[in-house]
Design a protein around this ligand. Structure first.
Ligand code: 5AD
Ligand code: SF4
Length: 364
């Protein structure tokens, strides 16, 4: 049996059936074969390097009600906050000084023109205060094409918008079925982002209630067909104050969701060798060595959290999110040690652009 897996792993592009076969490996030995191949392909392409992005959770105000997310609009237990410009600039400055090279600004989805302009001026301020040496990724949800263009012009380089699942039926099991949560609109937003000239990232959650191996294979094929530059994906983790919590009995065990998270990273690396793949915080939530294991399966991006510690408990998308009380410098120091201990190098003072993006735009 392992011979069949080994021979499938020689391929650089997999069909849906092949992906299903590879996603179905069960034994520790076959799982390791898949993960080792992810690392081998990473070593031969972007190399055994890890890029850091300082993560700023700018605001937990959100107009949406995704059934899985702890900061959904109707969760009154969450104290809503928006960081001040000064707090953001401090975090950006810290990132710059530490040599992270890049920032991610994440928020709940807000659509007011006040919010749009706030992001634009923040982008400009950050560039001004960091000598234009940071690349900035936004993760602020679905917006109009005009807004995407405005933010791109104001200095955002990359955009992350997860499709969450490419199975439309499953999408509507984890979101309300209304005009605020529309599958086709989300797909269109990804096209708009590309059109606006962003390096585009998307992603999915792994191990959702009722999600199948075939769904995960479709997700991988979707990333390839959209020709994405970056992917952030991780295991689904239940949150007690959300509607999806009532389906917790349908879930794979946490260790199985974790294992599938690693296998997804490895298979994606094999099929899209040049893209940036993040080792998600959700992996670290399920296993204290989650980030390292993600990197060793093929991920090359880590996002240390720079959100002020006092705000972090209010940005809990899922239960048991780690590092709620650690300050950024401590996390950074730890990350440095951790990454070198597994034979990888942290790249400081580099933007860490997706090589896939540079290739598709003729810059590499
Ligand atoms: N478990 C795992 N990931 C989650 N996200 C939101 N809620 C959860 C959860 N309960 C992810 C979604 C979203 C990103 C910001 O966080 O994929 O796009
Ligand atoms: Fe809002 Fe994003 Fe959470 Fe959905 S996943 S409720 S859009 S913060």
């Amino acid at each position: 049996m392992s011979e069949q897996i080994e021979s499938l792993l020689q391929k650089t592009q997999h069909t849906k059936d092949e992906l299903i076969r590879l996603l179905s490996v069960q034994s520790a030995h076959e799982t390791q074969l898949v993960l080792d191949k992810g690392l081998e392909v990473k070593a031969a392409h972007p190399g055994r390097k890890v890029y850091l992005r300082g993560l700023i959770e700018l605001s937990n105000v959100c107009s949406k009600n995704c059934y899985y997310c702890g900061i959904r609009a109707v969760n009154i237990k969450v104290e809503r906050y928006t960081l001040s410009t000064e707090e953001v600039l401090n975090a950006a400055h810290f990132s710059w000084q530490q040599g992270f090279g890049s920032l991610v600004i994440q928020t709940g989805e807000q659509k007011s023109t006040r919010f749009t302009s706030q992001i634009s001026s923040l982008l400009q301020e950050i560039h001004k205060h960091t000598n234009n040496e940071l690349t900035i990724t936004l993760s602020c949800g679905e917006q109009s094409q005009e807004t995407y263009k405005e933010w791109r012009q104001a200095g955002a380089d990359r955009y992350l918008l997860r499709i969450e699942t490419t199975n439309k039926e499953l999408f509507y099991q984890i979101h309300p079925h209304d005009k605020n949560h529309d599958f086709d609109q989300r797909m269109n937003a990804l096209a708009d982002l590309k059109h606006a000239g962003f390096q585009v990232g998307t992603g999915v959650m792994i191990g959702l209630p009722n999600q199948t191996i075939a769904d995960l294979a479709d997700d991988l094929l979707f990333f390839r067909s959209l020709d994405v530059d970056m992917v952030g994906m991780g295991p689904y983790i239940e949150h007690a104050d959300t509607p999806l919590f009532s389906s917790a009995h349908l879930l794979w065990s946490p260790s199985e969701r974790f294992r599938m998270g690693l296998i997804m990273i490895a298979l994606l690396r094999i099929n899209m060798p040049w893209i940036n793949i993040a080792a998600s915080t959700a992996l670290e939530t399920l296993d204290p060595l989650g980030r390292q294991k993600g990197i060793l399966a093929g991920a090359n991006v880590v996002m240390p959290n720079l959100t002020p510690v006092s705000n972090r408990r209010n940005y809990q998308l899922y239960d048991n999110k780690p590092n709620l009380d650690k300050d950024a410098s401590l996390s950074t120091k730890t990350l440095n040690e951790v990454v070198s201990s597994i034979g990888e190098t942290i790249c400081l003072h580099e933007s860490g652009n997706s090589l896939h993006y540079l290739k598709r735009t003729g810059l590499f």
